[in-house]
Design a protein around this ligand. Sequence first.
Ligand SMILES: Cc1ncc(COP(=O)(O)O)c(C=O)c1O
Length: 456
Amino acid sequence: MPVINLKTEIPGPRSRELSEVRHEHVSPGPFHTTPMIAAHAEGSVVTDVDGNTFLDFSSGIGVTNLGHRDPTVMQAVAEQAEKFVHTSINVVAYEGYIRLAERLNALLPEAAPCKTFLANSGAEAVENAIKFARVKTGRQAVIAFEHGYHGRTYMAMALTAKAHPYKSGFAPFPAEVYRAPYPDFYRWPGVQGDPGGCPHATECPLERCFCREIFNSFAEIARGQIGEQNVAAVIIEPVAGEGGFVPAPAPFLKMLRQWCDEHGVVLIFDEVQTGFGRTGSLLACHQLDVTPDLVVMAKGLANGLPLSAVTGRAEIIDAVGLGGVGGTYCGNALACAAALAVLDRFEDPAVLSHARTIGEILRHRLEIFTERFQRIGQARGLGPMRAIELVSDPVTKQPDKAAAQAVVRYAYEHGVILMACGTHGNVLRFLVPLTIQEEELDEGLTVIENALASLQ
Ligand SMILES: Cc1ncc(COP(=O)(O)O)c(C=O)c1O
């Protein structure tokens, strides 16, 4: 049975009416990827206020990884709401926060003993991770990467690479943030065509080991522009998310790990988008076999409730004294209950196994699209976190943002909620719920294939 059911033109009359009210009363700042207004969401399906049903290939920007209104999570939230909603961890502590910290600490056994600090959003957790690293090391400099996205608060903006629309007009930003190249082989200077990914061999069999070249460039920036002894932290996404779904190969991350160890630098993985099954393992670092000192989590952590975490080596988290970090709502009781339920759900091995199957289906189908459509410069990703990069010419690799926007529009007009991303805005990313049924995935991908075929 197809899931998509469009009963009105898109957007429908009620969505249009509410959108007018939105334009009048709401800040124009937040994006509008689609013009529909949600009424209900369940599993992989969103129903709008006109009764149209859409397949959700965005998961609220990679948040509802277990699908909308996962019953276990909903029950946990309802039970917590019966007890209390808020006391503030800073005033009267509660078991949910404490137990959640205990369970998150167990996610990094190689870094044990670990401790956790909870906050509300990904950006807020990133800010706090930098605070921990600076206090621990007594140093100031932070190295972030091209394509990096870390959020909208001031430090997070400074760490974010892309100027427009994230940073334009908001300067000045905090100082002592430096940028190194991200291991994007496709767009590394001198690379023609699609070089594919890293072969992950002990001895790199490629004629040019891109991991080594790009790492050398990083090390040179650290040595020449900053001085290693001044670096507090290196922060990297294991798969650059907003920057275009570019996976950082394990060998590159291992070189960073070794460099951080040599120079006493805190290695932070921003797993806000890659976490909670998005790449086929609970955290991406679990399959990359590299342990950061601190990991930043949010999004899928509470499957839709606002919650984020910094988890990592106790000696780093302990460096901040009493009252040094915090916030009224940090680690809210409802959100902690949701996150504990999320972790319970992931204890069932079938959840990650299904996520990996979905990833394989996506990978295979996107490869077929790449053979069929010249406009796809590269299909890539890690597990189910996958994307295609659109170019107007496969030789010059000129980014085709207009084509990506056209596909997103065609998709929602035909019942699929899809998002673009990328430094050049030309990447179509597939953030499907990891619980999506294979038939639903197929139905949505057929719409996307038709959208790509419709491009002039
Ligand atoms: C990797 C990464 N870090 C940080 C953030 C910021 O998270 P939030 O929007 O919850 O502040 C995001 C959001 O997309 C993200 O993808």
